[in-house]
Design a protein around this ligand. Structure first.
Ligand SMILES: CSCCC(=O)C(=O)COP(=O)(O)O
Ligand SMILES: [Mg+2]
Length: 233
């Protein structure tokens, strides 16, 4: 990339961080603790808000039914805003008690630090809720990376496969779309970002995608295998 755009907007799972950490550590942690968590916090306003939202959407009445639905959604990797908000609350306990730290690829840590030091603005757009994103970067394997990120977006801004979400993010960042580079492992997300005028790069990490996505499978997006390839080419 000849000149790196001023703003770098990055996805998390499969991009800065391994899919396996999310699927094999975070999701099982939430799945196991969800019933006790909802029972213990049933009167907390934020918990109630999301539990009631799922109950209304699914047409069920009891918290136990909602919990069963949420656990099915975890197994199916549904990127539902209510699930993501509740997962974030659950993971808070795990990070604070030191049960795990968040995986961030060393090449991503190095590039994020370098871009930040060079004056680039770094923003995150993930299906994980904003509080979950902040916990993630605040408790990474490489320490607290939260200060590197100056803006956070989740699906309350809109779905990651919808061009309108990226237009909203550009507006919120007060930036021209083409001054933003979006990094993701998901071609459909990159397609949506490109349709909104953003620059795009596909992360195709061998650990996450053992079959390289080349040719048509890249969707015409520039493909790299790690963050060190982004401002190298
Ligand atoms: C930062 S929260 C953990 C990741 C997560 O729950 C998730 O759904 C990640 O999706 P992404 O949009 O970052 O691929
Ligand atoms: Mg991803």
């Amino acid at each position: 990339m000849a000149t790196l755009p001023h703003t770098i907007l990055t996805d998390i799972e499969g991009t800065t961080s391994s899919i396996s950490f999310v699927k094999d550590v975070l999701f099982p942690y939430a799945h196991e603790r969800l019933p006790a968590f909802v029972a213990a916090h049933a009167d907390d306003r934020e918990v109630r808000r999301w539990v009631d939202a799922v109950a209304g959407e699914a047409g069920v009445a009891s918290d136990e039914e909602v919990v069963a639905i949420l656990r099915e959604w975890i197994d199916a990797d549904r990127k539902h805003t209510a699930l993501k908000a509740l997962q974030g609350m659950l993971w808070a306990e795990g990070y604070r008690s030191g049960d795990f730290t968040a995986h961030v690829y060393p090449d991503a840590v190095e590039a994020l630090r370098r871009w930040h030091a060079d004056g680039h603005r770094i923003a995150v757009y993930s299906s994980g809720s904003v509080p979950a994103q902040q916990l993630f970067f605040g408790h990474s394997d490489a320490g607290d990376l939260g200060a590197l990120v100056s803006a956070w977006f989740d699906t309350e801004t809109g779905g990651k496969r919808e061009a309108a979400s990226y237009a909203r993010i550009a507006q919120s960042l007060d930036a021209q779309p083409d001054s933003i580079l979006f990094l993701s492992d998901v071609v459909e997300e990159l397609d949506a970002a490109r349709a909104a005028g953003l620059q795009t790069v596909l992360l195709d990490r061998h650990q996450d995608y053992p079959q390289p996505r080349t040719g048509d499978a890249t969707g015409g997006h520039r493909r790299v295998e790690g963050f060190d390839g982004i401002d190298a080419g």
